[in-house]
Design a protein around this ligand. Structure first.
Ligand SMILES: Cc1cc2nc3c(=O)[nH]c(=O)nc-3n(C[C@H](O)[C@H](O)[C@H](O)COP(=O)(O)OP(=O)(O)OC[C@H]3O[C@@H](n4cnc5c(N)ncnc54)[C@H](O)[C@@H]3O)c2cc1C
Length: 373
């Protein structure tokens, strides 16, 4: 049964899709508009931490994610190349706090699973602007079409065009690091490190390698390194470049690089936005990276997007009629519920990135404790 509010979600990523599912489950009419010509999620793998899996479970999805991915029962650790543990998660604490382990999963599988639950989603709809009117909010797309609803949710990522209109051009912050990601054939015995996911910090500032299985025969790895912003990747030389960077890492790490097809590497500069004091305006609200982009150093960007999706749906679910004041009150409650934690994640993630940028010999005493936060 639908409850009379119509929500337009711009962006069909790992924030917009859970938001749509949660809104649907509240009986709210919702339509997703995605700019890409087809729904496709790049990004190799992803680690969904228990705070997000718990909420995906309430949406009825955790079991499927668990089946498609790999629950981490031994835990996740950050270590130095000599094996010193800088931080390690407690799987017992995860279970006690949330009832779930971290789950590693291929991004494409997670995205398809989410998409399968969404009733109305259209691709090829690039948002270019919105107007407020008596009817609520009208969204315009690059192809000349438009759509009108009571609420616009901007879930269009780090470079959000919805945020651009709402809050103006805001600078992105470059962490100083770029990141390669890839999936390679592997199994339990071929993984570097004894944990489910081991992140190794090199001696050079910015150099980190994290690897973990996403299934019985596939590993997801990321490699970060200090680099000027905007560097390009050449599939013909990427493996030799990564070999050179990782020459002091275990042979198992180099094997993972070798087992990856040349054209299967992704490269992204790591950027975030400094915490924003406001995520909404009249009838328009931001969610996920559009609102609280964070560096991946805590593996929490998508998890925070899921937390925001769940919270926003809960608040909009309480709106009886879509008057301006009811909608604004729901946005304010959502922001009050989410802002503090999302900002804490952004700040900690930024600090860890800056710490990792320091050469090992110059890192401050006790930095291991800072890494574990
Ligand atoms: C290297 C790396 C590793 C990461 N690892 C993890 C991890 O392990 N765990 C974790 O929780 N997080 C991780 N993250 C963070 C996570 O990827 C992001 O926080 C998450 O993808 C944000 O989801 P989103 O839906 O807000 O944005 P996005 O995933 O960016 O989705 C935005 C969507 O909006 C669409 N869009 C953009 N502009 C428009 C427009 N004008 N009109 C219509 N549609 C538009 C895009 O095509 C896209 O589909 C990682 C990030 C990086 C860079």
């Amino acid at each position: 049964m639908e409850c009379g509010i119509r929500v337009l979600v711009v962006g069909g990523g790992v924030g917009g899709l859970p938001a749509s599912i949660a809104l649907q489950q509240k009986g709210i009419e919702v339509e997703v508009y995605e700019a890409a010509p087809s729904f496709r999620e790049a990004g190799a793998g992803i680690w969904m931490a228990p705070n997000a899996t718990k909420l995906l479970d309430r949406l009825g999805l955790a079991e499927a994610i668990n089946d498609l991915g790999r629950p981490y029962r031994k835990g996740v650790a950050i270590v130095q190349l000599d094996g010193t543990v800088l931080s390690a998660t407690s799987t017992d604490k995860d279970l006690a706090d949330h009832g779930f382990h971290t789950i590693a999963i291929q991004r494409t599988l997670l995205h398809q699973l989410l998409l399968n639950q969404v009733k109305r989603a259209t691709t090829g709809k690039r948002f270019v602007g919105y107007e407020l009117g008596k009817q609520g909010v009208t969204v315009r797309f690059e192809d000349g079409t438009d759509a009108t609803g009571d609420v616009l949710v901007g879930a269009d990522g780090l470079r959000s065009a919805v945020r651009g209109q709402l809050l103006g051009d805001l600078p992105l912050r470059y962490s100083g690091q770029t990141c390669w990601r890839f999936l390679s054939t592997a199994n339990k015995t071929s993984m570097p490190g004894p944990y489910d996911m081991t992140e190794m910090w090199g001696n050079a500032g910015g150099l980190r390698v994290g690897s973990g299985l996403v299934s019985d025969d596939l590993a997801y790895t990321f490699i970060t390194a200090k680099a000027p912003m905007g560097g390009l990747m050449d599939p013909g030389t990427v493996k030799s470049e990564l070999h050179q960077l990782c020459r002091h890492f275990p042979a198992a790490t180099l094997d993972l690089i070798d087992r990856t097809p040349d054209d299967a590497f992704l490269r992204n500069d790591l950027l975030d936005i400094a915490p924003l004091q406001k995520w909404h305006g009249d009838r328009v609200v931001l969610l996920g990276d559009a609102a609280h982009a964070t560096l991946p150093n805590l593996g929490q960007g998508a998890c925070q997007a899921v937390e925001s999706a769940y919270s926003l749906a809960a608040q909009l679910g309480r709106v009886q009629s879509a008057t301006d004041s009811n909608v604004t009150a729901a946005f304010e409650d959502y922001e009050n519920e989410r802002r503090r934690k999302a900002h804490r994640v952004t700040k900690m993630s930024w600090q860890i990135g800056q710490l990792s940028n320091i050469e090992r010999a110059e890192r401050p005493a006790g930095y291991a404790t800072s890494v574990s936060g």
